[in-house]
Design a protein around this ligand. Structure first.
Ligand SMILES: NC(=O)c1ccc[n+]([C@@H]2O[C@H](COP(=O)([O-])OP(=O)(O)OC[C@H]3O[C@@H](n4cnc5c(N)ncnc54)[C@H](OP(=O)(O)O)[C@@H]3O)[C@@H](O)[C@H]2O)c1
Length: 252
């Protein structure tokens, strides 16, 4: 009996993460969302339909205890019932808008902890605890074109995403020699109409040279909806080819 599928989504309270969770709410799916805020609308949707959604109100700026709790949580399941187990590291923060020397050190630290350290620790916890699970094991990291092309005024974000891409390449090599290798992809999703874009447009153009480009993306209607983005991400995640290349782009 392998009729169930387990999904863990970070940054589940808003934006792309909330759209991912909404689309994952289906019979036979067990979904865990992790973010600082609880999304009441998603919970009501799940509860009313009798679907399995758990939300952890946790701060991924302090990822170590969350990774430990994830190990413990995973240990309580019977692996035999799952056809697949999936971790989506989606939480991210810009932590910028100006040259690094003008940003509070706490914000720089937080951007790396949420975007990079949490991705590494949750991935390690997930891989360790599901190592002998029989179903498909997959990690989808939500990266950015900015992990591959630097942008002034977002150094911590660029560094977190570049690190996310490279840790995905390294984990893919490690998994290749395992009996049931987890498949991992660091995927740049394109530009999406979420709070993150609102934040970018609110930045000071004097300190953030790309400000005009983000204003233009919005005014010309070039931002993807979170729902469309989530749909494409899940199609990639569930495709047989997922993990053939550890770094990808939804637009490519
Ligand atoms: N929007 C874009 O154009 C774009 C482009 C390229 C890549 N991306 C990437 O796509 C992913 C989703 O972005 P988005 O646009 O949906 O962002 P968003 O609207 O800003 O949402 C960010 C999510 O991350 C969570 N988060 C932030 N800090 C957290 C913390 N300390 N602990 C736990 N969760 C935290 C937030 O939840 P809480 O506030 O409740 O904690 C929220 O659910 C990110 O990795 C982003 O870098 C976005």
């Amino acid at each position: 009996m392998t009729s169930q599928h387990l999904y863990i989504v970070t940054g589940s309270s808003r934006g792309v993460g909330a759209a991912l969770v909404q689309q994952l709410l289906k019979p036979g799916h067990v979904v865990l969302g992790i973010a600082r805020q609880h999304n009441e609308a998603l919970q009501s949707m799940a509860d009313e339909a009798g679907l399995q959604l758990e939300q952890w109100p946790r701060d991924l700026g302090d990822p170590l205890p969350v990774a430990r709790d994830l190990q413990q949580w995973l240990s309580a399941f019977d692996p035999a019932v799952f056809g697949s187990v999936n971790l989506i590291n989606n939480a991210g923060v810009i932590g910028g808008g100006a040259p690094v020397e003008q940003i509070a050190l706490e914000l720089l630290s937080n951007a790396l902890r949420v975007g990079l350290e949490a991705t590494l620790l949750l991935s390690a916890a997930f891989l360790e605890r599901t190592a002998d699970w029989p179903g498909r094991r997959r990690i989808l990291n939500i990266s950015s074109g900015l992990g591959r092309r630097a942008m002034a005024g977002s150094t911590a974000y660029c560094a977190a995403k570049a690190g996310m891409d490279h840790l995905s390449r390294a984990i893919a090599l490690e998994q290749a020699t395992q009996p049931n290798p987890a498949r991992i992809v660091s995927m740049a999703p394109g530009v999406i109409d979420t709070d993150m874009q609102v934040e970018l447009r609110a930045m000071d153009p004097a300190k953030f040279p790309d400000h005009g480009r983000f204003m233009q993306l919005k005014s010309e209607g070039l931002l993807m909806s979170p729902q469309a983005c989530a749909q494409q991400l899940l199609a990639r995640l569930q495709a047989a080819s997922f993990g053939d290349e550890p770094v990808g782009d939804l637009r490519g």
